[in-house]
Design a protein around this ligand. Structure first.
Ligand SMILES: Nc1nc2c(ncn2[C@@H]2O[C@H](COP(=O)(O)OP(=O)(O)OP(=O)(O)O)[C@@H](O)[C@H]2O)c(=O)[nH]1
Length: 339
């Protein structure tokens, strides 16, 4: 798919498991990733941990990036990493444990960098320490509100009896504040990368990224993750704008991401769009060509594939006979908000 480079922020309290998650994502076969690491303090531990594994990297040091003037130059780093010639599949920003996810969310959403799109905040939770650190008072932590995906780690360190109750308690608290949040349990951040980004190819290009390739090969043996489920439909005719926007605004249950390259009918003409929904955030851009053929894909850990495919089929089959100016205007509104 063409378009802007998805930007994914990884947040979480000190020691929660952010670097473990980042390192795991960096090993996704074929992925070309840019990384911005925000170390905290003078010793750049995180950058050293991930060094050698990344395709393009920037480090923001001297403090927590949401507290530094100009976010410590985050926009400069993002402008550099989103250059088309780098052909990155995604940019990952690992915030320091001290960062405020709400501030980071605002910085990303109001970024002036034209070639990026906000593609979710992944909050890592340490199941052992969570209720002693992040969630200690009756008021719900505000940070739950901006997370699109919650990864609960370190459950392997809990006794079997504690594990279930702790996971349930964390789930309840998160969903009370943020009913739309997707929640996965993963040891050391080992989630399915397909949940957060697409890779253009499953193979590392020859003569490129040799270090990354070696690390990926070495990691294959001890990496385990549950696979995300996907449902898709091929589009052979232009779709109805109202049916499309209805789907984007009310995604099928369990769909964490929706993506599509779509021809949309407007009266007699057809307009190409690229759509991306992550954790309820809708991003729409225009494609230069007025394509008729395309696809719609939904991805999630707890997706009901058959039911989701029916929803997508319904969009593909919705009638386009009546002119749908209002529906097209709804889609255009999302496009304007996405630019
Ligand atoms: N047993 C176990 N250990 C984990 C898990 N996730 C992370 N760890 C360990 O927890 C420690 C901290 O993990 P990191 O990934 O460095 O955490 P972080 O959030 O990046 O830490 P800071 O950058 O210091 O805020 C490391 O020793 C990890 O190996 C998990 O699911 N299970």
């Amino acid at each position: 798919m063409t378009g802007k480079v998805p930007l994914i922020a990884i947040t979480g309290f000190l020691g929660a498991g952010k670097t473990s998650l980042l390192n795991h994502l960096l090993r996704a076969p074929g992925a070309r990733l840019g990384v911005v690491v925000n170390d905290f303090g003078t010793i750049n531990v995180d950058a050293a941990l991930v060094s050698g594994q990344i395709d393009e990297a920037s480090t923001i040091s001297g403090g927590c990036l949401c507290c530094l003037p100009d976010a410590g130059g985050l926009d400069d780093a993002l402008a550099k990493l989103s250059q088309p010639k780098l052909r990155l599949d995604a940019i990952l920003v690992e915030a320091s444990g001290a960062a405020d996810p709400l501030a980071l969310d605002r910085i990303i959403r109001f970024s002036k960098v034209p070639r990026i799109r906000a593609a979710g905040i992944v909050e890592v939770i340490d199941a052992v320490e969570h209720f002693r650190t992040v969630d200690r008072v009756p008021e719900l932590p505000l940070r739950y509100a901006v997370a699109s995906l919650i990864v609960i780690g370190k459950t392997d360190l809990l006794s079997e009896h504690e594990r279930e109750a702790t996971i349930r308690a964390i789930r309840e608290r998160v969903l009370e504040r943020n009913p739309g949040a997707a929640i996965v349990i993963a040891r050391a951040g080992q989630i399915d990368p397909a949940l957060v980004f697409d890779t253009a190819t499953e193979e590392d290009p020859l003569d490129e990224l040799p270090i990354a390739q070696l690390l990926r090969e070495a990691a294959v043996e001890h990496t385990h993750h549950d696979h995300a489920r996907a449902a898709s439909v091929a589009l052979t005719e232009p779709v109805s704008p109202s049916a499309l926007v209805d789907l984007l605004e009310q995604p099928p249950a369990g769909a964490y991401r929706i993506k599509g390259r779509i021809g949309v009918r407007r009266g007699e003409s057809v307009h190409g769009f690229l759509v991306n929904v992550v954790g309820g955030t809708i991003h729409v851009t225009r494609l230069a060509d007025a394509r008729v053929e395309g696809e719609l894909v939904a991805i999630g850990m707890e997706l009901d594939q058959a039911a989701t495919e029916r929803r997508l089929e319904n969009v593909a089959r919705a009638s386009t006979e009546e002119p749908d100016t209002a529906g097209f205007e709804r889609l255009q509104r999302y496009r304007r908000l996405s630019s």
